[in-house]
Design a protein around this ligand. Sequence first.
Ligand SMILES: *Cc1c(COP(=O)(O)O)cnc(C)c1O
Length: 346
Amino acid sequence: MTDPTTGLRTAPVVDLRSDTVTRPTPAMRRAMADAEVGDDVYGEDPTVNLLQEEVAAAFGHEAGLFVPSGSMGNQIALRLLVPPGSELLCDADAHVVTFELAAAAVHGQVSTRTWTSTGGRFDPAVVAAMVRPPAPYWVPTAAVAVEQTHNLAGGAVQEHAALRRLREIADAAGIAVHCDGARIWNAHVATGVPLAGYGALFDTVSVCLSKGLGAPVGSVLVGSAERIGQARVLRKRLGGGMRQVGILAAAGRYALAHHLDRLAEDHRRARRLAELLGLDPAVASTNIVAMEVPDAPAVVARARAEGVLVGALGPRIVRCVTHLDVDDSGIERAGKVLSGVLGHAP
Ligand SMILES: *Cc1c(COP(=O)(O)O)cnc(C)c1O
């Protein structure tokens, strides 16, 4: 890159705002261009059908549905699991109650009740104590949602033992469990727990192809064949029925085949960034480094002026996310710039 005013070569911008900023690679674009397509509202797009089958099989579920966004995947799942006038339990910082614009209330007439957690990891005993059985004088609990990994908690991984315990609690109470698995791929790569090991614990899982996997668009919701049949109707009603969308599904299939194992590199780079910033590398359990600073917007602005883009999650938290389009030299430069901005030597 060349600075337009000085004509001098400058280093490219290092964009750590989110793992959604990745652009499709040349090979992914070729896979998209070559995709066989058909009308997916008629169920006739072969590439979409393959993607849905592959993702469902990976999680050990009967069926999958390609949806335009993770938010739509989550919200369709909540409609499937929580009848109007019933409640969903989830973390107070969960994406489903923080970044989905009250969709559960607006579209589903779903009441939400939240728990607070330390480091994003839920306590199964706390959740168990919150469950309300049906009665004519309170809001009955219909489902619990957990986020794997936990975005606002810095990519924290929910322990498999806690998830298993949650499944037992839900079964005993006769309620459902949804997983917002936007970054469940990162949890799988970080822990070695098979995707099917996670899938077995949830009634529905929504997974994003457009985060660390690097596809431009799309999520898949998996569940039983019956639920996914209902999900098809809900998706169409929301305006999410798409036609020759195999072009996008091809990007997702390419991402799953070629970009899943490499998430380990993103995790290594997140640990390296934490180390460069003088943090305990353990804060970066997956591909996110979140840190508390006195003035997050100021840190964002000063880093931006030096070509490093980071995100502010509220007034005091800065978030850096590693992904496909950030390499080792980008991390070294981000570490140097951010250390300078934060006022300590690299
Ligand atoms: C990104 C994300 C989603 C889905 O986001 P969309 O932008 O709607 O695709 C859902 N949950 C979590 C935790 C996320 O980080």
